[in-house]
Write a protein that binds this ligand. Structure first.
Ligand SMILES: Nc1nc2c(ncn2[C@@H]2O[C@H](COP(=O)(O)OP(=O)(O)O[C@H]3O[C@H](CO)[C@@H](O)[C@H](O)[C@@H]3O)[C@@H](O)[C@H]2O)c(=O)[nH]1
Ligand SMILES: [Mg+2]
Length: 199
């Protein structure tokens, strides 16, 4: 335990789909003084995301879907271009979650994934950590059309596009999702697309 934090009091402000808490605590600053601090924290569990890439074709698979928080903040159409992603149930591992999400959302059956990053998505407000993966895909792995689970009100458009175009969509701000930008840049830095590495 840290010795510069004590008297932690957690108050649940909302417990519905996820949990919003107000956490009050005494924190000792570097000059030795103690202060009572209050912070809100939103817990909706952890998440996974994956960049699927095809080095032969020079393409990647992304998704496009409506995201209410984007609509709420930007007053635009709320559509978001993202890597395939999913929330992790407590009983599942990040790996098994993402393999299942890939089949549900984009229709590919993949066997192996490579974890490349663990990233807190908004550590001042969210408990969420994203486990980020990459995996190659090919046409013979396609098992369905994807789209997500209609009963969970998901409507996910599957996009297969040249890696070079995806990189340009970061510059043009068509892609604004952080985990997607991180994975596309990872692929670029590590030349995952070989000769078709976006140049
Ligand atoms: N009722 C209700 N249902 C919700 C809510 N939020 C999510 N759901 C349900 O839970 C499903 C979650 O779908 P996933 O594919 O597992 O997760 P995701 O929405 O893609 O989220 C992923 O990306 C997020 C954005 O980066 C991440 O925040 C999240 O951890 C995860 O990785 C949704 O389709 C919806 O049915 C909510 O506030 N209320
Ligand atoms: Mg999802």
């Amino acid at each position: 335990m840290l010795d510069n934090i004590k008297n932690i009091h957690i108050k649940t402000l909302s417990k519905a789909w996820a949990t919003l808490s107000e956490i009050n605590y005494d924190y000792q600053f570097k000059n030795g003084s103690w202060k009572r601090v209050s912070r809100e924290s939103y817990d909706r569990g952890h998440g996974t995301g994956i960049l699927l890439y095809n080095p032969e074709k020079g393409t990647v698979i992304l998704t496009r879907q409506f995201r209410m928080p984007i609509y709420q903040t930007k007053k635009e159409d709320g559509m978001s271009i993202e890597v395939c992603a999913g929330a992790i149930d407590d009983k599942d591992s990040p790996e098994s979650t993402i393999i299942r999400e890939v089949e549900e959302e984009v229709g590919y059956r993949i066997q192996e994934v490579k974890k490349v990053m663990e990233a807190y998505t908004s550590p001042g407000a969210l408990t969420e950590k994203m486990y980020l993966f990459v995996a190659p895909y090919s046409a013979d792995m396609k098992v369905n059309g994807g789209g997500g689970i209609a009963s969970e009100h998901e409507e996910i458009e599957v996009m297969e596009l040249p890696f070079s175009k995806a990189l340009k969509m970061i510059e043009s701000t068509e892609i604004q999702d952080a985990k997607t930008i991180m994975l596309l840049q990872y692929a670029h830095i590590h030349s995952l697309l070989g000769k078709k590495n976006g140049e």
